[in-house]
Structures are given as C-alpha cells and as structure tokens.
Design a protein around this ligand. Structure first.
Ligand SMILES: NC(=O)c1ccc[n+]([C@@H]2O[C@H](COP(=O)([O-])OP(=O)(O)OC[C@H]3O[C@@H](n4cnc5c(N)ncnc54)[C@H](O)[C@@H]3O)[C@@H](O)[C@H]2O)c1
Length: 266
C-alpha cells in the first residue's frame, strides 16, 4: 500500500454526469483510497461527491466529502479546518477542480469579461487558494506532495478557446514556484493530459454519437485510443507517493505521445 497512513485532499472529486460516470478527480480518489489513504473529496456537486466517498467506504476505505466552492476563500479555509478537526494531518493535495461554464469557446475579443474572470477564478485561483491554505497543514504534518492537474492545453492551443490554456499554462508556472518554495518538505508536480474520456463531456449525446466522437478523437493520437481516467490516476499515484521521491517541479504530459507527434491535424 503506497499511501498507508496518508491523508489526501482532492478537489473536483465528484463522480460525473447523470449516474455517476467517470471523472479524473474521483478516479484519483478511488486509486488513493485503494492504496490506503484517507481521502477528502472536495467539490461543488454534493450528491456526486458523496457518491465518491460512499464508494470508497463500501470498498473498505476511509474518507470524507466536503462541499466546497474553490472560488470562495472562506469555504476553502473551512474545508482545511474540517480536515484538521477530523484527521489532524494532511499529506497530499491534488488540485483538479475546473469549470467549463459560460461561453469560453471564444477568442480574446469576443469572450465576455465575466466568463474570463470566472474561469480564472475557479481553474487557476482555486489551485492557488487550496495551495495557500493547505500548505501550512501539510508542513505541520511533516511534508508531502502536491499534484496539479493541468493540461496539454498549457503547451498547444485550439482556435477560439483562449482562457482555458491561459489557466493551464499558469498552473504549470504555479507548480514550478511551489516546487521550489516548499522543497524539501513538499514536492509539487503537474500532470498535463490530452483528451481523457469523462462522463461530463459526453453530455446528452447518444451512445452511438459518443462512439463516433471518441473514435474520431482517438485517430488523432499516436496510441490510436483516448486516455482513461484510471491512466491519469496511475500517474497521480506515482507523483503523490514515494515512488517519485526525486521528481519535483515537473509538468508531465500524459497524452500517448500526441504533443511530440505530427499525427494530429489542425
Ligand atoms: N477530461 C479531459 O479531457 C481533460 C484533459 C486535460 C485536463 N483535464 C483537467 O482535468 C481536471 C478534471 O476534469 P475532468 O475532465 O475530470 O472534468 P469533470 O467535469 O468531471 O471534473 C471537474 C470537477 O470540478 C468540479 N468543479 C467545478 N467548479 C468547481 C468549483 N467552483 N469548486 C469546486 N469544484 C468545482 C466539477 O463539479 C467537477 O466535478 C480539470 O482540471 C481539467 O481541466 C481534463
């Protein structure tokens, strides 16, 4: 068990759309719990967040769901206080929560200021806030690891999709600054996935529509398939555990080789 006696907090850890489908945060929560960690799942979605923890407990693990909006400082502080009350310690922080609300498929001229600000406030400032208020407890607990879920969008952009890549590039910069400022007690790294199949992005598509959509995306990846949430959780486990004890300040692409290839069309 790689995370025995560790307490891990994961933001954006609710299960996904409708019935509780796959999400990256919940997959990380399940993986960490299976490795012995006490898991604190944080999300704005209460029912699906509680489902993550119920599933962990059903499988013999331990955990707690805390409804928290990462864009609200008072809620973030309260979440850390609750962790302190319940477990006294915190060793691992995974920043994963992100919103896609609003008209964010727009360029800088067309995007509304409110959509720009909300996306920055959740997707970037949420990582800042949880780092700011969790780090003192991680230090008090003897140190640990931070894993930031970034994106390949930090390196390559899509047309008319301006704010999301800005948050992801900034998360990679945040990762490097945390890695230096809080070493040697805390190692910080980020994961930059390509397309990962999750329930929330499948929306109301039919099963056949989803199959066609995912197959078309898979063709643009050298491995000719898309990534599963479990494949991201495996890398998160590596970065959160002593298996990566000398890895610090890295932003790791987990995209089946897409970013280094010319197999995709733009
Ligand atoms: N799925 C992909 O293809 C992909 C690719 C690259 C990076 N990512 C990143 O992975 C992370 C997880 O996303 P996902 O793909 O699993 O999507 P998801 O929608 O399943 O997960 C995001 C979670 O964040 C929560 N959230 C949104 N706003 C919040 C707030 N204000 N406070 C607290 N929680 C909030 C949502 O409720 C949701 O549960 C994100 O950082 C995303 O940018 C995903």
């Amino acid at each position: 068990m790689r995370l025995q006696n560790k307490v891990a907090l994961i933001t954006g850890a609710s299960l996904g759309f409708k019935e509780g489908g796959p999400s990256i945060g919940s997959a990380i929560a399940f993986k960490f719990a299976a490795e012995g960690a006490k898991v604190v799942a944080v999300d704005v979605l209460e029912e699906m967040g509680q489902k993550t923890i119920d599933q962990i407990i059903d499988n013999g693990g331990e955990g707690l769901f805390i409804k928290t909006d990462v864009s609200k400082t008072n809620e973030v502080k309260e979440a850390i206080n609750l962790v302190k009350d319940k477990y006294q310690k915190l060793h691992i922080l995974v920043n994963c929560a992100a919103t896609y609300e609003g008209e964010i498929f727009r360029n800088v001229v067309d995007i509304l200021e409110d959509d720009w600000k909300r996306t920055i406030d959740v997707n970037l400032n949420g990582y800042f806030r949880f780092s700011k208020y969790a780090i003192p407890l991680i230090l008090e607990s003897g140190g640990g690891a931070i894993v930031n879920i970034s994106s390949g969008a930090a390196f390559k952009v899509l047309k008319d999709f301006c704010v999301y890549p800005v948050t992801k590039a900034a998360i990679n910069a945040l990762t490097r600054t945390l890695a230096i400022d809080f070493a040697p007690q805390i190692r910080t790294n980020s994961i930059c996935p390509g397309f990962v199949r999750i329930a929330n992005s499948e929306g109301d598509r039919t099963i056949q529509e989803i199959k066609t959509w995912v197959n078309d995306i898979a063709k643009t990846y050298p491995l000719k398939r898309v990534c599963t949430v479990d494949e991201i959780a495996n890398v998160a486990l590596f970065l959160a555990s002593d298996d990566s004890s000398y890895v610090n300040g890295e932003c790791i692409n987990v995209d089946g080789g897409r970013i280094v290839s010319d197999t995709h069309d733009f």
